[in-house]
Design a protein around this ligand. Structure first.
Ligand code: PEP
Length: 248
């Protein structure tokens, strides 16, 4: 039985004050939340977020990492540094990083490897572009993304990976995949894993992301192969985020 996981992705939104308000707002309502809950905050707030959530059920994640561990990489942050804050999770391969910062499937696969090698759990984001969906290429796109990572780290390593299926056309658009569309792709992703190892396919958590909100979370999470959500916009509203967390 896979535990429901709800992860928030604040993207580049926060301030010292907002971190307090948002995290304390969520922490206040966590007592009846059964899901595992992770909030991925911008780097400068990792320390503050970790301090506020120590010994709580709320876990903190970063949103990216560099493929190197140290050295002359101005402006970059390594897995080691993220780990230094006691952080356990990191988003890898978010569609905004793929489209705005040129992260290819190969780079994303290397980032997954670096995260795993350094004791972080990667939240590996995959998902098709609108053109790929419209041309009937959703399965090809997600297969390329997943297979690049399997080739790099091996299927066994997926014991330490959380997958987030995020159709790019649904991210931040208010358009959500229908439960059937999402379930079909989640089942296909699980099948891709099963082609390599059936047990790992059954134990890997596959979250849905893309305009998930309090109104659509129940029917998405009710789908057999949807194990939770990666939430952008709604994670910036503590009441909405808590409602989503309670759906699990
Ligand atoms: C995301 O950025 O990962 C995301 C799913 O955003 P939103 O929920 O706003 O669509």
């Amino acid at each position: 039985m896979r535990q429901t996981i709800i992860a928030g992705n604040w993207k580049m939104n926060a301030s010292k004050e907002a971190v307090n308000t948002l995290l304390l707002g969520v922490l206040k309502g966590m007592m009846d939340v059964k899901s595992e809950v992770i909030v991925c905050v911008p780097y400068p707030y990792l320390c503050q977020a970790e301090a506020l959530t120590t010994h709580s059920q709320l876990k903190i994640g970063a949103q990216n990492l560099n493929i190197n561990i140290s050295g002359a990489f101005t402006g970059e942050v390594s897995a080691d540094m993220i780990k230094d804050f006691g952080v356990e999770y990191v988003i890898v391969g978010h569609s905004e990083r793929r489209s705005l910062y040129g992260e290819t499937n190969k780079i994303v696969a290397r980032k997954v490897q670096v995260a795993l090698d350094n004791g972080l759990t990667p939240l590996l984001c995959i998902g098709e572009l609108l053109e790929e969906k419209e041309s009937g290429n959703t399965k090809n796109a997600v297969a390329r993304q997943i297979n690049a990572v399997i080739e790099r780290v091996g299927i066994e390593s997926f014991k330490g990976v959380i997958i987030a299926y995020e159709p790019v056309w649904a991210i931040g658009t208010g358009i959500t995949a229908t439960p059937q569309q999402a379930q079909d792709t989640h089942a296909y992703i699980r099948e891709l894993l099963a082609q390599n190892d059936e047990n790992i396919a059954q134990s890997t958590s596959i979250l849905y992301g893309g305009s998930m909100n309090p109104d659509n979370v129940d029917e998405l999470i009710a789908c057999k192969d949807i194990d939770g959500g990666l939430i952008g916009g709604a994670s910036l509203k503590p009441d909405d985020f808590l409602r989503i967390c309670k759906a699990g």
